[in-house]
Design a binder for this molecule. Structure first.
Ligand code: ADP
Ligand code: MG
Length: 343
């Protein structure tokens, strides 16, 4: 019989990191979500060498107080929920209190923040090796910057799974595009190896939003898309769906958000596929950017650590609502109701 030991905090964090920190793109998702939860209106992301050497996310959100800075790096420490009731109606993107602890266990992390109440800011550093964070004064305007260097420097087995700089950068870009589509009111920018690659300004009006969608999904998508906005029985579906003529050979232009969170869900995909069934040739995939909004109490987001999956309280109702709304939207634009030509 082997003796039972309690895992050291560092090892426990490294194991937990396996669930959420797969590659630079997943670090960026967690950091940007934190910035959004902090009410930031401008988020600037910077990477070097595909994010393996450096990831920096800077925001102008509410910041973290000096006392809370070391806590932010410890596991199960969150400012977002206190009890189970909060979890059942969670509106923030984060709530597990694991991301920063996980990231700092597999990289060199520096967190600098200013709540705007003090003149300058404070920073903590954690370097994988120990969980003791060092606190020091640091100049920073209101908001937070997180710098993550040398991802997986202390976990070589994980590092081996990283692809080329180019591939990792591609994933970073995809993740940020997905996040930028989730919040139009925020401005985002992305810098790669010192060069600004994307800059999306805050978009409040529909034409401004359509401009951002066109920038991210390509102008052809927007030219071939119809705007939908349907509100019924506590469910709202809005966004853009491409006409069947703009179908794709791959399911690569599909963005679906539930209460501002990007998700992949079988029930949702099924409802959308059904709505397109009569109008899309076999083997073709629809393109869409869609937002479903519903009472947070009617959807469980705590199904998986990455929160890509959700569970609806009344899945039948959601399925029917999606199917009917999209079926109607597609039928409305083609009065003849015969399948249109495919390329
Ligand atoms: P979670 O997001 O699940 O709460 P994290 O480990 O991602 O867990 O973050 C821990 C805590 O650190 C958050 O609850 C929040 O209080 C604080 N925090 C992290 N990033 C930011 C940020 N950019 N701005 C303000 N507070 C932040
Ligand atoms: Mg978080």
């Amino acid at each position: 019989m082997n003796k039972i030991f309690t895992l050291s905090p560092r090892l426990a964090n490294q194991i937990a990191a396996g669930e959420v920190v797969e590659r630079p793109a997943s670090v960026i998702k967690e950091l940007v979500e934190n910035s959004l939860d902090a009410g930031a209106t401008q988020l600037d992301v910077e990477v070097e060498q595909g994010g393996v050497k450096l990831i920096r996310v800077r925001d102008n959100g509410h910041g973290i107080s000096k006392e809370d800075l070391p806590l932010a790096l410890s596991r199960h420490a969150t400012s977002k929920i206190i009890n189970l009731d909060d979890l059942e109606a969670v509106v923030t993107l984060g709530f597990r209190g694991e991301a920063l602890a996980s990231i700092s266990s597999v990289a060199r992390l520096r967190l600098t923040s200013n709540t705007g109440e003090e003149e300058s800011g404070w920073c903590v550093e954690a370097e994988g090796r120990d969980m003791e964070a060092r606190l020091a004064p640091a100049g920073h305007p209101q908001g937070t910057s997180v710098e993550v260097r040398d991802l997986f420097f202390n976990t070589p087995a994980r590092r081996k799974f990283l692809r080329t700089e180019r591939t990792e950068y591609g994933r970073v870009e995809d993740v940020l595009k997905r996040l930028a589509l989730s919040r139009f009111a925020q401005g985002f920018s992305l810098k790669n190896n010192g060069r600004v690659v994307h800059s999306w300004r805050p978009a409040t009006t529909q034409p401004e939003q359509e401009r951002r969608v066109a920038q991210i999904c390509g102008p052809a998508f927007m030219e071939n898309a119809v705007h939908v906005d349907i509100d019924r029985a506590g469910l709202r579906l809005w966004g853009w769906v491409a006409l069947p003529t703009f179908s794709r050979s791959q399911a690569d232009l599909q963005h679906f958000y539930v209460n501002g969170r990007a998700i992949r869900d079988k029930l949702v995909s099924h409802a959308i596929r059904q709505a397109y069934q009569d109008v899309l040739y076999h083997g073709r995939h629809p393109a869409f950017v869609l937002y479903l909004e519903l009472d947070p109490g009617n959807v469980d987001v705590n199904v998986h650590p990455t929160k890509h999956e959700v569970r609806f309280r009344d899945s039948r109702l959601v399925h029917d609502f999606l199917f009917r709304s999209l079926h109607k939207a597609l039928a409305d634009v083609r009065p003849g109701n015969e399948p249109s030509a495919q390329e």
